[in-house]
Design a protein around this ligand. Structure first.
Ligand SMILES: *Cc1c(COP(=O)(O)O)cnc(C)c1O
Length: 416
């Protein structure tokens, strides 16, 4: 008898061991540890300062004005138009707001509905590894097989595109005749990598060659951080590469861009037949969500003052990244400076830890800080899992005083 699908999901996400025994996820364990010890929680990536007051006011106004019943299934027209305008003005992508834009309950639902709509038993869904934790869950939910292509740590001096880079040989080897979807994520959580045009072109070429569809998670599209000179990164949507718009579904959301992660307003854009397939599934997952938040996000996407606020957020995150990276280096970690997102990966091997889980359990006592082992984002036993065993993810989307406290705690690790 085939086991119920929830068990596949539980196994794929570490909620259940191979022995069938339920476990807490390492995310839950580390958050509980932070709460118990009073350590600074740099494990969970949500901002401790809300987004623009004007956007919050727009949601409050929408409630007062009566936007409190089911919105239209595909999302309100104003938001679909604002998303279409955004894709056009930022990237030159043209989508019809009526047929090629779908509003979802965050990027999470967009990802789930997309994978459920387009992949099933016998299909492979190829992602980068490490990967955002919901990817393994939705691939398991769809009954498909999760394959991966590794991001590999390179030293900062190797190239202009430093940090964790896509292993192009391994990428090519990961494609098979069963590869149905390639699920890309740039800027990438957890590594902070912003994929280069060349890396994206390699993915695009292989997707075309194998007739696979591309799904791209771009929730950090506006959180590309400052670099220096030739090292500054730009976000390139893979849908803008030649021949890719017709085989790509692009996913983004308001949560990370506007610092309202609790609002859960996301969207999918792409060619009509693909968006319509996703809509068919989405209709029976949540049907609709966030009636008063939809007009507020439409306002946020169009308002020039909010756009300026987002640019300033990226600058401020760059400064906060530098603050935390310096603290981690001072403590003895090897740090790969992220090019985007809320996160930095640090290797605890120089501190004498071969296991990031063990370090994370000790870190509240040693330094009053909580992180998440990178193995929470890998397949148990994979090459990447082995290579990143001693690595830990920390978030820097916290107020300066919180980061300063974390850095002071980390200084206690400093040997010398
Ligand atoms: C936060 C995050 C999401 C989820 O976005 P929501 O809009 O909150 O559902 C999806 N993908 C990545 C990579 C994320 O970091």
């Amino acid at each position: 008898m085939t086991p119920p699908r929830w068990q596949d999901v539980a196994r794929a996400t570490g909620l259940m061991g191979d022995d069938g025994v339920p476990r807490a996820t390492v995310f839950a364990e580390m958050s509980a540890l932070a709460a118990r010890t009073g350590a600074v929680n740099l494990g969970q990536g949500f901002p401790d300062v809300d987004g623009p007051a004007s956007v919050a006011q727009a949601a409050a106004d929408a409630i007062a004005a009566g936007a409190n019943q089911y919105p239209p299934g595909p999302g309100i027209l104003a938001l679909r138009e604002a998303v279409a305008e955004h894709q056009w003005s930022r990237y030159g992508l043209t989508w019809d707001p009526d047929r090629e834009v779908l509003v979802t309950a965050g990027a999470t639902e967009a990802l789930a509905a997309t994978v459920l709509a387009l992949a099933g038993p016998g299909d492979e869904v190829l992602t980068l590894e490490p990967f955002y934790d919901s990817y393994a869950a939705v691939v398991a939910l769809a009954g498909a097989t999760h394959t991966t292509a590794p991001l590999v740590a390179t030293t900062p001096l190797v190239a202009t595109a430093h940090g964790f880079r896509l292993d192009l040989h391994a990428l090519s080897a990961a494609f098979t005749p069963r590869t149905r979807l390639v699920l890309v994520n740039t800027p990438h959580n957890p590594t902070g990598t912003v994929l280069t045009r060349d890396e994206l072109a390699a993915i695009a070429r292989l997707a075309v060659e194998h007739d696979a569809l591309v799904v791209t998670d771009e929730v950090y599209e506006h959180l590309v951080l400052d670099g220096s000179g030739a090292r500054s990164s730009v976000h390139v949507p893979i849908a803008t590469l030649p021949g890719m718009a017709e085989r790509t579904l692009t996913i983004s959301s308001a949560g990370k861009t506007f610092s309202f992660t609790g609002w859960k307003i996301g969207w999918v854009t792409g060619p009509e037949p693909l968006v319509s397939a996703v809509r068919t599934v989405k209709q029976f997952l949540t049907y609709v969500n966030g009636a008063p938040f939809q007009p507020a996000v439409a306002f946020a996407l169009r308002d020039p003052d909010v756009a300026a606020w987002v640019v300033e957020l990226a600058h401020s995150l760059s400064r906060r990244r530098d603050l935390l990276c310096a603290g981690l280096e001072d403590a003895g970690f090897t740090v790969v400076r992220p090019q985007g997102t809320y996160f930095v990966l640090a290797d605890a091997a120089p501190l004498g830890y071969t296991d990031g889980v063990a370090l994370c359990r000790d870190l509240p006592g040693l330094a009053g800080v909580v992180g998440v082992p990178v193995t929470a984002f890998t397949h148990a036993g994979s090459d990447v899992d082995r290579a990143l065993r001693s690595w830990v993810r920390f978030t820097f989307v916290k107020r300066d005083e919180v980061l300063t406290q974390a850095v002071a705690g980390l200084h206690r690790l400093h040997r010398g």
